[in-house]
Design a protein around this ligand. Sequence first.
Ligand SMILES: NC(=O)c1ccc[n+]([C@@H]2O[C@H](COP(=O)([O-])OP(=O)(O)OC[C@H]3O[C@@H](n4cnc5c(N)ncnc54)[C@H](OP(=O)(O)O)[C@@H]3O)[C@@H](O)[C@H]2O)c1
Length: 275
Amino acid sequence: MATPSTPTFIYGTAWKEGRTATLVDFALRAGFRAIDTANQRRHYFEAGVGDALAAAYQASIVTRADLFLQTKFTYARGQDHRLPFDPAASLSTQVAQSLASSLEHLHCDYVDSFILHGPSSNYDWTEYDAEVWEAMRRERDAGRTRLIGVSNASLSHLEQMAATGPEGPSFVQNRCYANTGWDREIRRFCRERGIVYQGFSLLTANVDIVHHALVQTLATSLEATPPQIIFAFARAIGILPLTGTSNADHMKQDLASLALTLPPEAVKAIETLVS
Ligand SMILES: NC(=O)c1ccc[n+]([C@@H]2O[C@H](COP(=O)([O-])OP(=O)(O)OC[C@H]3O[C@@H](n4cnc5c(N)ncnc54)[C@H](OP(=O)(O)O)[C@@H]3O)[C@@H](O)[C@H]2O)c1
């Protein structure tokens, strides 16, 4: 199976509930080809994503091969009562059941990326995580996902994971705060190992930066919006951005930021802003 090319922008589907299918349809029509979801009904309506995909295939807007589909395994403690697995089963079985259910929701026989939504402990990479990771590797080897990754990971999680396991992630997906240098240490860790860093909440975690005079002035001079400056900045420092917009115009604006190149001194200046 060929490795899919890494996307340039990911449309995120959290917190969209009954509007999920409509918004994914808008996103595909706007030009997004990478979709992030999770088999965690508490925050995502994965079957709604699948409904939009089925309709888009039917309307010849996209084919499965055009898309990068990413979903997640979420431990029971991060779920509500709508579990996609048997909580009494082993973690390995839970991973297999969760992905099987995702493939059903998404009407496909593989996803491009399968992410551990978050390690089991806030501090350590535990034996539970190691078991889950091994099960995710088996799913990958069986062809049900092309790549595997981890989310909400600290540097110590990643270092412990690297020290204890034979294989690291292809992706790290983290909330990205300006006041941590935009996750500088973890981005460095990823860069050194060829791991793609996916950043979410680039706007909502950095409201002061979006409104900062430097960003506003740049936006005016480049005839762009402040969110476009943030997304262009993120790309310039090696972040693969996610957007969770529910607005069709913002979807187009967010994608249009791919054509925006910031002067290196502007990138440096934004990188050192703290809120
Ligand atoms: N792994 C995890 O634990 C985790 C956690 C959180 C999120 N995620 C993923 O990341 C995705 C994105 O989440 P997020 O936190 O970045 O986004 P988000 O919370 O969905 O919010 C994006 C915000 O930015 C605004 N926005 C986007 N583009 C804009 C534009 N061009 N102009 C003005 N406002 C704009 C949106 O407003 P409008 O709707 O009005 O445009 C919205 O308020 C989620 O959907 C999910 O897939 C993963």
